[in-house]
Design a protein around this ligand. Structure first.
Ligand code: SF4
Length: 66
């Protein structure tokens, strides 16, 4: 089963916790703009992405299974 990352851009405040947890998947610019580098990451990335979901201060990250 594949999975993908979705961001609620209304909630995201550019804290950058996600980049700290999964730097190959998320990138936050100096102005706080978030880029999801790989919206459909490999399964090997899942533990790091799950940590990003857990620790995002605004709960802006969601993982959906496809
Ligand atoms: S940790 Fe959450 S609020 Fe911060 S940049 Fe990432 S998605 Fe946005």
């Amino acid at each position: 089963m594949s999975w993908r990352i979705e961001i609620d851009e209304d909630l995201c405040q550019g804290h950058g916790v996600c980049e700290s947890e999964a730097p190959g998947v998320f990138s936050v610019a100096k102005d706080g703009r978030l880029t999801v580098l790989r919206p459909t990451p490999d399964d090997a990335d899942r533990p790091a992405v799950d940590l990003a979901v857990r620790y995002c201060p605004t709960r802006a990250i969601r993982v959906t299974e496809e």
